[in-house]
Design a protein around this ligand. Sequence first.
Ligand code: FRU
Length: 494
Amino acid sequence: MMLLFSVGCGLTTEAAAPNDAITRASNAAVRAAGDPTRPVYHFRPPANWMNDPNGPIFHRGYYHMFYQLNPYGDNWGNMHWGHARSRDLVRWEHLPIALGPSKEAGEDHVFSGCAAINGKGQPMIIYTSIGRGKGADVYAEQWAALGDDDLISWQKHPANPVLSEKLHGHVKVYDWRDPFVFEVGTDRRAVRGASGGHALPFMVCGGNLNHGKGGQAVVNLYQAENAEMTQWKFLGVLFTHPDAAVKNIECPNFFKLGDKWVLVISPHRKVEYFVGSFDAAKHQFTPEQRGVMDYGHYYAPNCLEDPSGRRIMWGWVNGFKAGRGWNGCLTLPRVLTLGADGEPRQEPVPELKKLRGEAFSRAGIYLSDMTNVLSELKGDALEIEAELEPGSARVCGLRLRQSENGQQAVTIAYDGSQLDVGGAKAPFKLAENERTLKLRVFLDKSVLEVYANGRACVTRVISAGEKDLGVGLFANGGSATVRSLNAWRMNAIW
Ligand code: FRU
């Protein structure tokens, strides 16, 4: 435990870490480990606070995940980049903290960003550096760090800042942060191997142009001017949020999916996507469709493209109770595709099937104004696949974490126009050609992730009594049929 903790929290790598910080973090790890509400198969740090996933990248046979971490407490602050890697997207190995603020250089926080291999073949992180006492809303710079071949140890780049305010000329960008580098062109290897000449990568950053007054929340576009990715030019505003109520945009992700381009943004409310076309030569993105990525406790997602070309995305699951020695985890990794209707689809990566333990299966359960408690299926770490025919029921669905007396439960309820997951509501309607509601449910202690027909996602932080482990099916105001239900006890990854 101590070894994992000291490596995972990176404090062993920070010679200057004061003893009381080590003791506090160590206590937090012990408290976190004993907490029955803590997820067991979702990604999270060994202890303390985490928020955004940062710079996910596949490199030399490993998926790497970095993330916003406060190594000193279970609340937001002292932002560092935590680090872990995985061979299979299922089990993760914690690694030393990748980046912390360079206090001697006036840096207070290492905010969100991305990782990439530059045109010289060097692993590189580009992130937002927040300087001491200036305020993240009015002043930020984009800094870089260079990594070793295994992405384990990182050094701040001598060329920092690699992007400064000066780039914008007379345009003042507030809350300027969260760089995301992307490439245009089909042959990634050609870009990677380039010694300079062609296909220099682009970058997007979030912010706003009117100090958060609304109506000018933007995503700005940049392009590298050298293979080292240390010099950049500002190409202009790629996207202005169409809603006047939106004050700022955080964590933009911009990538090609199928034959379209997708912009995913975190606008201090539910995470949104815009699907459209991108004319790289004209620096123009034309959105055609928009929607919400996840209707629950989900924010600041980040993604990578893996060697098989899959676009895989993780979001930050937030909304946990404070003061438990830990706070925050990531959603399961989700594969994004584009449906025939042009809307993104999200499914958890198939690799997660490895975690399935003891199985439970039922078929043809007819429900009429009742709840059917599945006496053999109990648990707080489960995957459930259920196919429901809503029939005449006004509302039907599942009850999880049900108490013995049936009075307490977290419900997943479909009423013909929306999916309500423990109080988080997603507009959702079965299409003409969809007869059944196909739910994929991942219950992991206090985290519930629900996928409906691949189209709607809701991630919810729930609270339940430690002994409330029942699972039930229900139909109210009429009848419904559960065509099939397959469930598995899920094994822990930690
Ligand atoms: C999003 C965010 C980012 C920022 C980071 C700081 O949750 O506010 O914009 O870089 O978190 O932790």
